[in-house]
Ligand binder design. Structure first.
Ligand SMILES: [Zn+2]
Ligand SMILES: [Zn+2]
Length: 137
């Protein structure tokens, strides 16, 4: 909890209970989460937060760049993940399951581009298709 608080303070945010709680959920999960997921998490852990507070808190965390939002082409859900984590996902078009790719296929491209003197701070790559479960259907 202490670490969460420090992160918030570093970003100039007041370390409120809800902000800490939500930031902690992100730190403990490997999947990107929607506001609804966060809400369910809180409910299950016995520390319910109402959904509008979840949205407000996510906005604050996003504005201070602790988390980022992910929008996928074929989905109207917005998902959030910790910003420092850099993961690409295989996203199933059928069941919407997301599987993290455990390496960055763009590493080499970034190295190639660096002589162009362009400072890359972020890149996006989402891979769409059908997971083994859905393919078997
Ligand atoms: Zn699937
Ligand atoms: Zn990458």
């Amino acid at each position: 909890m202490k670490e969460c608080k420090q992160k918030l303070i570093d970003k100039g945010l007041k370390p409120t209970k809800h902000r800490c709680q939500i930031l902690k959920i992100f730190q403990q999960t490997s999947q990107p989460l929607s506001a609804e997921d966060i809400y369910q998490h809180c409910l299950k852990s016995g520390k319910a937060i109402n959904l509008s507070t979840v949205y407000r808190t996510l906005d604050a965390l996003k504005n201070s760049e602790l988390i980022r939002s992910l929008n996928f082409e074929n989905s109207d859900r917005t998902l959030y993940e910790l910003k420092k984590r850099h993961i690409h996902y295989l996203m199933c078009l059928s069941c919407k399951k997301m599987q993290p790719v455990d390496f960055c296929p763009l590493d080499n491209i970034e190295k190639h581009l660096s002589p162009k003197n362009f400072e890359i701070t972020e890149h996006r790559l989402d891979i769409y298709g059908y997971c083994p479960d859905c393919k078997a259907k």
